[in-house]
Design a protein around this ligand. Structure first.
Ligand code: ITT
Ligand code: NA
Length: 185
């Protein structure tokens, strides 16, 4: 069975919902690991995966995600976790006060380890930062992110709706296709 190493219960719940639809069983390894401070989500994800090779049985994967706000030159990007814990969604809205150009995107980079061989899968969703905090579902930046084509924030959607368009679901579709092809499930 494939293991998903994350300290974030919400990430696991999203992936479980997707896995069920793809007929792939995922086991949660609830573990917090250190992340290097880097510019690229690919590098952070790769490095974290590599450090876990001797700590978790193969095959396993991790998910590294960042929110990139265009008018803030990509901030918080690789600092998404720290920024969420410090200034949070109110802080982001304050920084964006008076700014009309509100486009932003989420990127997820999954790194899969199979016996020391690492493969990556990327997903992205473009949208905009809302003008107020809206919705109770989801986690992190979900209450301030409206994906293109919707009027609602991710936090105003059910998990299954978020999974139709989200960065994470796009990356996992890549992973799940790979698993189906290579493990003949
Ligand atoms: P793990 O590293 O243990 O998986 P984490 O919550 O630290 O969990 P990330 O570093 O990938 O995960 O997340 C960076 C930040 O972005 C963090 O504050 C999350 O709350 C936020 N985030 C990640 N995915 C998100 C999503 O789908 N919707 C909203 N916010 C998200
Ligand atoms: Na993380």
């Amino acid at each position: 069975m494939f293991k998903f190493v994350t300290s974030n219960k919400h990430k696991f719940e999203e992936i479980k919902e997707l896995g069920t639809r793809y007929g792939i069983d995922i086991e949660w390894v609830n573990m917090k690991y250190e992340e290097i401070q880097e510019e690229s989500t690919e590098k952070i994800s790769y490095d974290s995966c590599k450090k876990l090779i001797n700590l978790v049985d193969s095959p396993f994967f991790i998910d590294d995600t960042g929110l990139y706000i265009e008018s803030l030159n990509g901030f918080p990007g690789p600092y998404s976790s720290y920024v969420s814990k410090t200034i949070g969604n109110y802080g982001i809205l304050k920084l964006m006060n008076g700014i009309e150009k509100r486009s932003a995107y989420f990127v997820t980079v999954i790194s899969l380890n199979e016996g020391g061989k690492i493969t990556q899968f990327t997903g992205k969703v473009i949208g905009e930062i809302s003008k107020e905090i809206r919705g109770k579902n989801g986690f992190g930046y979900d209450p301030i992110f409206i994906p293109n084509g919707s009027e609602r924030t991710f936090a105003e959607m059910e998990t299954s709706e978020k999974n139709m368009v989200s960065h994470r679901s796009m990356a996992f579709k890549g992973l799940f296709s790979y698993i189906k092809e290579n493990y003949n499930k």
